[in-house]
Design a protein around this ligand. Sequence first.
Ligand SMILES: [Zn+2]
Length: 290
Amino acid sequence: MGTWMLGDIAVDRVVEVEGPALPPDVLYPGAASEVIEAHRHWLEPGLLDPASGLLVISFHSFVIRTAHHVIVVDTCGGNDKSRPGKVRYHMNSHPYLDNLAAAGIVPEDVDFVLCTHLHVDHVGWNTRLLDGRWVPTFPNARYLFGRVEWEFWERQYQSPAFTDDPYYEDSILPVIEAGQAEFVDTDYQIDDGVWLEPTPGHTPGQVALHIEGGRRRAVMSGDLMHTALQCAEPDLSSCFCVDPALSARTRRAFLERHADTDTLIMPAHFPTPSVGLIKPAGAAFRFAFA
Ligand SMILES: [Zn+2]
């Protein structure tokens, strides 16, 4: 697996699972079938699987090694989690920790865990099952949760109307109870050359993570966009967006700002190689995989 270097900051991608996952008209309820058809020729076969008709989605973490710290960004779906409402994440046994070890990292090495937002597929490896209890996977890490994000989901979670799977109980609360959670502002600086930026819409407190080292720049953009189709069609928001209109505005502003720059964009779900540049393309953009 490749390593991206920004000066002396190294970034690796650690995959939980990757493959055809969702029909385009389910992920993007606002997409007319003509829109999908207009892009099919470049989406297939790598980004849209011709056999199944499903968009190819990766679930991965990025691991950042600075001179001082090891930072894990987003923790996928996790293993052994009961997710009857979201079967993709139900009782999995992915070799994620083996893949982390292959990148040269054991859980004890990790100093910070950042969840760009608190959806089920970004918090899973926050914890693992040990002797029947959920314990923090990274025993020495401070887990950074956006304060805005936490306050939103905590309200949802305490509402009687909330009937989602128990990912707060098994993936967030054990971290808080262990005293390892820290609630941070949406522009928090984690380390030299590593800082957060608010990217609201997909969720109210979603953040992107910027890295700058050796005159090179990268941005981990979380779920600001799920697939490269949203570069070509920036107004398409996903079925998972809390505020689809704000998500579209945030995405368009992000694409405009980074188009035609050498900033490496590192989204949370783009398939291998997952990372690339934003290029202008007519009235919109395209994603040039690096
Ligand atoms: Zn996601």
